[in-house]
Design a protein around this ligand. Structure first.
Ligand code: IPD
Ligand code: CA
Length: 258
């Protein structure tokens, strides 16, 4: 798997240079049919990945948020070229690049790159989670402990109402919504946040495939909104991303609302 990790890191570095360049220049963007914004840089990074996979691993597939390549393989690269495009166009530096190598639905390699802080988060299944080569760990806070911070993502027509769940939890936790689910997941993996509620379904795997492995390898836990593990080479059923120790406590709140 080391070879796949190196490959993913090389794509992340390309993505990072494009994101940094775009951040300080004029951006070419338009709106998709779901009213979310996409820039030419999202498309460029996604296309670059496909070209590189076709060159190096032509038998593998790519599922990208903006473009995919032959989706009938058990070996799939799942990518969000820019997670948090809205914040990117608003010039708030929280967006990240995300790429997972998924075999038979299970994430084996995950890379999330924060181009603003030059933080490369990586994991290979069973081998721990790292940021720039240093091990990272989720925290040990329970719901209600001082310092427990939860991130939620929400939008119009989302299948799960994370906003109401977060409101129910407000007396117990500090709540944020930072605008990039993958970036928030890295805060969970690093022990700064304790939980993240993500209502994504269609293409939701692109947003969190890589993060799911990095968080789990950091000692956290990731399930769908019913508490089950899920495949990441297809649409998902939302995601609860936690430090592990508080996962069941959060799940109890979620169950009251779904
Ligand atoms: C989005 C971000 C955002 C979340 C959306 C995602 P995108 O990613 O993660 O925080 O609320 O659900 O789709 O669309 O910018 O890649
Ligand atoms: Ca995106």
């Amino acid at each position: 798997m080391e070879e796949y990790l190196e490959f993913a890191i090389s794509i992340a570095k390309y993505a990072g240079s494009k994101i940094r360049e775009g951040f300080s220049n004029e951006l070419d963007f338009n709106y998709k049919s779901d009213k979310t914004v996409v820039t030419e840089i999202d498309k460029d990074i996604n296309h670059y990945l496909i070209q590189k996979v076709m060159d190096k691993y032509p038998e593998h597939a790519v599922i990208g948020e903006e473009e995919s390549y032959k989706t009938d393989s058990n070996y799939v690269w799942v990518c969000d070229p820019i997670d948090g495009t809205g914040m990117f166009t608003a010039r708030v530096p929280v967006s990240v690049f995300s790429l997972a190598f998924v075999v038979n639905g299970e994430v084996q390699v995950g890379v999330v790159y924060d181009p603003y802080l030059d933080n490369m988060y990586t994991a290979i299944k069973g081998k721990g989670a790292y940021c720039n080569g240093g091990k990272i760990h989720a925290n040990n806070l329970h719901l209600g402990d001082l310092g427990y911070r939860l991130n939620y993502e929400m939008w119009d027509k989302a299948k799960y109402d994370t906003m109401t769940i977060a409101k129910d939890l407000l007396s117990n936790v500090k709540v944020s919504s930072i605008g990039s689910v993958a970036r928030a997941c890295m805060a969970v993996a690093s022990g700064y946040f304790s939980c993240d509620l993500f209502p994504g379904v269609a293409h939701g795997n692109c947003d969190i495939a890589a993060s799911s492995l990095i968080v789990e390898e950091a000692g956290g836990r990731v399930t769908d909104f019913n508490g089950f593990t899920q495949r990441y080479d297809e649409d998902i059923n939302g995601a609860i991303i936690s430090n592990g120790i508080s996962h069941d406590e959060i799940l109890e709140y979620v169950r009251k609302k779904v």
